[in-house]
Every structure is written in C-alpha cells, then in structure tokens.
Design a protein around this ligand. Sequence first.
Ligand code: DOR
Ligand code: ZN
Length: 334
Amino acid sequence: MTAPWMIHQPLDMHLHLRQGDMLKTVAPVSAEWFAGAVIMPNLIPPITNLERLVAYREEIEEAVGHLDFTPLMTLFFRDYTRDELLAVRPHLLGIKLYPDGVTTNSESGVRKLDEFHHVFKIMEELRIPLLVHGESHGFVLDREKEFLSSYEFLAENYPDLTIVMEHITTADAVALLDRHANLHATVTLHHLLLTLNDMAGGLLQPHLFCKPILKRPEDREALQSAVLSGHPKLMFGSDSAPHPISAKECCGCAAGVFSAPVILPMLADFFDQNGCRERLQGFISDYAVNLHKLTLPTKQIRLDRQSWVVPERYDSVVPFKAGATMAWQASRIS
Ligand code: DOR
Ligand code: ZN
C-alpha cells in the first residue's frame, strides 16, 4: 500500500471573504481546509485603518467558529503616515494596492504610483510587504502586460520592499519574477487551469468572469510550467471572490470566481496528473511561510482519490465547478 498523500498548513495567499451573511457562508469553507489566508481589504468602504482591520479580523474569527484558521490581514493602500503604519504593522501581513477602478470596490485606488513615494519608503523601512493588483486601464487582455513596467519601477526604486504580484496570468509576468529579487507572485486555481475560451469561447459563463480576465493558452502554459517546476517565488492565492447569483447572472456581471470549495481537490488532481505530487506542498504553503516568516497552527490535510459532487450553491453563491464530480477529496486530520 502506498503512503497517504498528506499536506500540512495549506495557505491561501489571496482570499475575499466579504462581510455579514456572505462572510458567514464562505469563511467556514476556507477555514475547513486552510491553516490561514491573506484577507483582501476591498470592502465597502475599504479597510484603511487599524480599528477597522481589527474589527474585521474579529468578525472573521467569529464566522469561522471553532475552526483553526489564521486570518492574515491587509490594509487597502492609501496615503498612510509613518505613525499609522508603525501602529498597524504587528497586525497585518501587507498592504494591498489597487489601481483605481480596475476591479470590484477599487474606486478609491491609486492613479499615479509616483505620488506615493513616501509611503513606499516607509513600507520598505518597516518591512511591510506591498501586494499589488497589477493591471492598467488599457485593453482588457493587455492590462497585466501594460502594468509590468510599474512592477519594474517599484522593484528597482524600492529594492528592500517585498512586492507580491497578485494573481499573475501571463507568460510575461512569470518571466519578470526572475529579474528582480524582491518580486514574488501568487497564482489562482482558475488562471492555472482555464483560458478565455472557457469563459467566452461558447455560451458566456458568468461564473468564470474575473479580473484579471482569463488569458491565452500559452499564458496558461507558462503558469503551469512555472508552478509544476516548483518555482519558489510563486505561491498559491485563490482570489476566491464570491458574489451572489443575482450579481453574476445579470446584465453588468460582477468579476469573481468562488473557487474555495474545490481548491484542494483540483490542485491535487492537477499535480497528480502531471506527476508532481511532491511539489504541491511548496506551492500551497512552504514558499509563503518562508517569504513572510509565518507561524501558524498545525493543520494536516489528507488527499484521497475519491469522488464527490460539488454543490450547486453555497447559499446565494454558485461555486466554481458547481454540480461537477471531483476526482479527489481533501480530509482534515485533527
Ligand atoms: O475577479 C475578481 N474579483 N478580481 C478581483 O481583483 C477582485 C475580486 C472581487 O473582489 O470580487
Ligand atoms: Zn482579489
């Protein structure tokens, strides 16, 4: 008999949990399987001070109940003072920068990076990582590519600033990772497995509409090769982003894929099919633990080749792969 496939302390380095009833629905799904997650601050209004960050963390802790789960909090980037950042530093993993208006609840994001030199300097000095939604306002398929020069600007001007390129989607972004020591990146499940054809190649699939938009086969190929090769600067971050069905199946569909329920089964399948089971642990946990020097509760997950059917709904939310049969199942070993 072969040994069971175990992973420990899985981490989701990019997660949207929302608030209120939606939080209560989705937080336990991630907390069941993950030891922790980096929680995005794009609420309405966004999280821009210590008081709200602490209150939001408490709301998340209440929503996950008895489950062992560490919310790694973030602030929404704005013009912070040194005193504000000094006070908040022990409570956060990083600060998330959104260009203005590029995605859900990012209207108060940044227009010109060079107006925030003093904030980047303080973050560099205080060793606070900068997490970036790297898209321009240009043609939708080129937005990430057009933002790469901004990543280079940041990486070169602030060499001691840890910069995470969130949810990268292109071969060009993968290539950039190796050019600057202080650049790191997260990859989502959907960008790793899908292309634009899955969303818009046949009948439109609103539950796969997300930002950044799904890309070309060659981009997916580059992401897959980098992840499967065990690239130590590429971490898993789901960008699982729930919206109620009324906001997805309508005119003016909201961007976001609710992937949380299927992450571990689908990653297990992907790594197994590619003969790289031993590489999953680094991608799903170790690289992030090393980068951010995290100490987290022990959480052991066993992956078994066992089928189950993904529910059609989680309350008002349609998950990725709703109704599909999964080949792998994850179980928590307490
Ligand atoms: O698809 C997305 N949904 N991309 C983002 O950047 C934000 C997210 C959301 O909050 O819904
Ligand atoms: Zn996101």
